[in-house]
Design a protein around this ligand. Sequence first.
Ligand SMILES: [Zn+2]
Ligand SMILES: [Zn+2]
Length: 354
Amino acid sequence: MAHGGNNNRAIEFPDLQGYKTLVCDLHMHTVFSDGSVWPNIRVMEAKKDGLDVIATTEHLEYQPWIKDIPHPDRNRSFELATGFAKNSELMVINGSEITREMPPGHTNAIFIKDANKLMVDDPIDAFLEARKQDAFIFWNHPYWASQSPDASVPVDQVHLDMIKNGLLEGIEIVNDTTYSNEAFQLALDHNLTILGTSDIHDIIDWQYKIPSGGHRPVTLVFAREKTQSSLKRALRKGQTVVWFNKKLIGKSDFLIPLINSSLSIRSASYIRNSTIVHVVLANNSDAPYILRNQSKYDFYNNTDLIMVPPHGEAIIDVRTIDKKRKFEMQFEVLNALTAPATHPVFRILVRPKQ
Ligand SMILES: [Zn+2]
Ligand SMILES: [Zn+2]
């Protein structure tokens, strides 16, 4: 969603035809589990980053500050965050991190109604209770080196059964500063929703060097409207793209429309007495698009690599050899992935002024 240009740290991507682009961070911690801040700081950071949605996801089973901050109600972090977000555009979702040994490892249940009821011995009972509350459940950092020393994804029969029984609908392919090809491939193979989250424990600005132009990882969710039910439906249908370290990662169904909504021809006209078209390609998103030419034509002012800066434009002088009424340009998008090591193709029709 567009948040206006005043705050240049706000994460900005355009809406798609028929969908609102909701910028979501669905995994974070406060002092109500092992984080270092009170929930108001998570809300203030989210507002600065122009987020549409956050989920509070305290560890149920890991509570290092419980002696200092006793809180018998495990919904308390969510309630406080909701209060701090009141009178703002930020939507806060109630969630919990079900924190177990591998398998199943750590998972987030979000859109829960009562976190207290998830505190049961058998992890599967916790998932069944979350499902009863109509939660959306995803596998957190499945390749986490603390639980998987070679950072592979240790898929177990437990996970396959959970997927089969609708107890695992999504998977983090990005968590904090980490990414996994294997998790991405698993999402594609099992039709899991792909997610990227900060899992922030400390301070967003320090962790992602925001004053020097960094950004937190987020999940862009393409929902019909900005409501909890529409967001949940979009998550269940896998309508997401992850924005991580200036890269876009997602299934092609939504990643290609996002690229098409981001890039447009601002102007195109033949340079006088030549067959060279002066094309201005504009970008209305935060992504620095890196395009490799696959068109029939080459360029007078560029090699085959074009960079379209965020909220900026690139000038491409195209040698069409003959004067054309229209022609297609085609590029491989190197800063985007639709599968491990697979870049999508962006095509655009140019109708130059003669
Ligand atoms: Zn975790
Ligand atoms: Zn966590």
